[in-house]
Design a protein around this ligand. Structure first.
Ligand code: PDD
Length: 292
């Protein structure tokens, strides 16, 4: 961790030297947005999609984008090169900057831009063999879950509650429907069909989610984007959670019940292979050009 290099407002510097003023609105109000972008073998994973979502989040909180797409790309590539791990997860956040504490937007403020890197190791083999446990919890978050806001207190509380119950993730319920995880998107398999909730204000439009849908369609796997009721979730043959840092994980226990046969399902095995192949194509530079 000591040698970790971060980016702050135009400069690359060691993590310990990166400092922001206490009146930063990110610190005071959680007034900012973020992205988490995997980088495999020096190649940024779905950068265009991540930057598009960043713009969507910035528009959602009415904050101007301080960097152009080319500047984001250059900065993130330099950050990845400055850090040693072969595979990394790059975290970036933009806040509304430093101003006296007042809820209203400051008339003039310069957004704070921060980015850091963490090694992104593959999932431990036991996790892929056994799957993970999840619990269901009521979604206590706000009405704008499509914005990737840094104010994550409800997500933190939900994830902690799951961990304390011996589970790895909380699957969230709202209006009788399962929407997503505390930090992941949700898929179920029902009668051989892959289903994921549609993108709306109740969930984050996940980049991994979109890739899984794309890989399923390319492979001829029947896939639907539609609501998942709580009872469908409980009766599902397979449940998966997806995210940039956890890729696609099979959920084999939900609350006190075994999911399907209690082992990662066949459809998951297939999608896992497709996903790993996609990553390999990305490493060799094929994937980003292949798909358009
Ligand atoms: N979180 N839903 C929520 C609430 C999330 O926080 C995340 C990811 C996802 C999956 O999105 P993606 O596939 O684009 O990573 C869905 C990140 C990894 C985090 O907060 O660390």
């Amino acid at each position: 961790m000591n040698e970790s290099i971060v980016y702050l407002n135009g400069e690359f510097l060691p993590l310990e030297e990166a400092k922001i003023p206490v009146l930063d609105r990110g610190f005071i109000f959680g007034d900012g947005v973020y992205e988490v972008i995997p980088c495999y073998g020096g190649r940024l994973f779905r950068l265009e999609e991540h930057l598009r979502r960043l713009q969507y989040s910035l528009d959602g909180i009415r904050l101007r984008n301080p960097l152009t797409p080319a500047e984001w790309k250059e900065m993130l590539q330099r950050l990845a090169e400055a850090n040693p791990a072969e595979d990394q997860s790059l975290y970036l956040q933009v806040t509304r900057g430093v101003a006296g504490r007042d809820h209203r937007f400051p008339e003039k403020s310069t957004p704070t831009v921060f980015a850091m890197s963490k090694p992104l190791p593959p999932a431990p083999p036991e996790l892929l063999e056994r799957g993970v446990a999840a619990i269901t919890l009521p979604d206590i978050r706000w009405q704008c879950c499509h914005i990737k806001a840094i104010s994550l207190l409800p997500n933190v509380l939900l994830r902690q509650q799951a961990l304390e119950a011996g589970a790895d993730e909380a699957i969230l319920l709202r209006d009788g429907e399962a929407t997503e995880g505390a930090a992941s998107n949700l898929f179920i398999v029902e009668a051989g069909v892959l289903i994921t909730p549609p993108k709306d204000h109740r969930l984050l439009p996940g980049i991994t989610r979109d890739l899984v849908v794309e890989l399923a369609r390319d492979a001829g796997i029947p896939c639907q984007e539609r609501t998942v009721t709580e009872s469908e979730l409980r009766a599902a043959q397979e449940i998966w959670i997806t995210s940039s840092t956890r890729e696609i994980l099979p959920v084999t226990r939900l609350d006190d019940t075994v999911v399907g046969k209690g082992r990662p399902g066949e459809m998951w095995q297939r999608m896992y292979q497709l996903y790993q192949r996609y990553k390999e194509r990305l490493r060799t530079g094929e994937a980003e050009t292949d798909r358009r």
